[in-house]
Design a protein around this ligand. Structure first.
Ligand SMILES: *Cc1c(COP(=O)(O)O)cnc(C)c1O
Length: 456
């Protein structure tokens, strides 16, 4: 029998002739020896390439996948919806998947969030939240509020508005001349605490700094935007929930909005359905995407409060309507798959199972804390990160040009695991269907990869 399916090599060569990949210096693939891997199939936590090699997806395919690849329930929901209504203009028209999704999102998110605005990716949700916050204040006669407060080390996406409120140099620096200038508040990141300071103490100290910024800038500030509990793209930096509780109080006191970007941490990632729950707070804007469709389709949602909605509600001539439109807003396929994703949360003990798996992962990673080149092992639910450094005592990082993390990535691929360190932070963000045995496998590959990267 002859197999006429193209090989890895054949597909990769064709890819590199015409495609341009995100977050990639293409030279790495063309001349740098980093393989371009064509995936033909997904199965639970596994990705399978054109040569039949299997990879454990240790990062949920950029944090999107919750319940595994090609999940039968989600695939069926998608197929059924495609055969019925694939898309319809979402201005003047509506459909049941969007209606039910809005109802369900309002039900499961923190209290007070009653209005759902849909968009089609995470960055777009951030753009919506920023514009909506600004426009709210404008409609209230507060047009002087034009600025945003963001945290150092934050990441909110890469469209110009979202990038404006991001503080990861790799993504921001080059485009800085095009961007808004946010007011940066120091991150409550526990890793950057003083020696001996607890995460709660770091949070309290950085709230004092935030208060000082609000005292000076609240009159010109629309909102404070944060990634609740984990600054993901900034290196999986984690902080104490007290910061969110304090942030909520300060936003109320100073009359600015609280935008929670739960695009990466929402839907159970940190142990609770939403990270804000751990502080017992509800934001004024909640941005969701990534896991919203279980990793199947691009979709995002911005939830907000009745008072925000009411500030836009007036007869047409008042000119107060919110303006932000994408052709694919409210796409029925994406909404239908998102509904099915939420149904899985209702039907299965997802958070409970995740807690057991998170504990297993923690136990496996604990020994690394004593490693001479590991400065920190941290975890929040099913996000775990290992910070590799040149010098443990001073926490001096390796020179970036050594690309130690890339070594771990390449080792992972050779040994059947997708690990994609952020710089020298090796992290684990597995799909929720990865069981203890596969977690063991993933950690074993990572541990060997870390040794190899350090031996450089
Ligand atoms: C990924 C991410 C975004 C951007 O989402 P995209 O869909 O990639 O545009 C925004 N905020 C956070 C916290 C993210 O992790």
């Amino acid at each position: 029998m002859t197999d006429s399916r193209p090989s890895n090599a054949a597909l990769a060569a064709r890819d590199l002739r015409h495609l341009w990949h995100p977050c990639t210096q293409m030279h790495d693939h063309v001349h740098g020896g980093v393989p371009m891997i064509p995936i033909v199939r997904g199965e639970g936590p596994w990705l399978i390439d054109a040569d039949g090699k299997r990879y454990l997806d240790g990062i949920s395919s950029w944090w999107t996948n919750l319940f595994g690849h090609a999940h039968p329930r989600l695939a069926t929901a998608l197929a059924e919806q495609a055969a019925q209504l694939e898309h319809v203009i979402f201005a003047g028209f509506t459909h049941q998947p969007a209606i039910e999704l809005a109802e369900e999102l309002v039900r499961v998110t923190p209290p007070g969030l009653e209005r759902v605005f849909l968009a089609d990716n995470g960055s777009a949700a951030i753009e919506v939240a920023l514009k909506m916050s600004f426009h709210y204040w404008l409609n209230q006669g507060r047009g002087a509020k034009t600025r945003f407060i963001a945290l150092t080390g934050s990441y909110h996406g890469e469209t110009l508005g979202a990038l404006s409120v991001s503080d990861v140099a790799l993504y921001r620096k080059t485009y800085a001349p095009l961007l808004l200038t946010p007011i940066l508040a120091p991150s409550p990141d526990a890793y950057q605490g003083e020696p001996g300071e607890s995460p709660a103490e770091v949070a309290a100290r950085q709230l004092v700094e935030l208060r000082a910024l609000l005292e000076r800038h609240a009159h010109e500030t629309c909102a404070v935007i944060v990634e609740p509990l984990v600054q993901c793209a900034g290196g999986m930096r984690m902080y104490h929930p007290d910061y969110l509780a304090g942030l909520r109080r300060l936003c109320d006191e100073f009359g600015v909005h609280f935008i929670a970007d739960e695009i990466a941490v929402g839907f159970g990632r940190t142990g609770t359905l939403f990270a804000c729950e751990q502080a017992g707070v509800a934001p004024d804007f909640l941005c969701l995407s990534k896991g919203l469709t279980g990793g199947f389709l691009p979709l995002s949602a911005v939830l907000t409060t009745a008072p925000v909605y009411e500030a836009f509600y007036a007869e047409y001539g008042a000119g107060k309507a919110f303006l932000h439109s994408h052709s694919y807003t409210g796409n029925p396929l994406a909404c239908r798959v998102a509904l099915e994703t939420l149904a899985i949360f209702r039907d299965e003990p997802v958070l409970e199972r995740n807690r057991r798996r998170a504990a297993h992962l923690a136990a496996r990673l604990a020994p690394l804390a004593d490693h001479p080149h590991v400065a920190d092992v941290r975890q929040s639910g099913l996000i775990a990160a290992v910070e590799l450094v040149a010098d443990k005592a001073s926490r001096r990082p390796f020179p970036a040009a050594e690309r130690r993390g890339l070594r771990v990535y390449r080792h992972g691929l050779e040994h059947g695991a997708l690990l994609r360190p952020l710089g020298d932070v090796v992290y684990f963000m597995p799909p929720y269907v990865m069981d203890e045995a596969d977690l063991d496998r993933l950690v074993d590959v990572a541990l060997a990869g870390i040794e190899r990267a350090l031996a450089l």
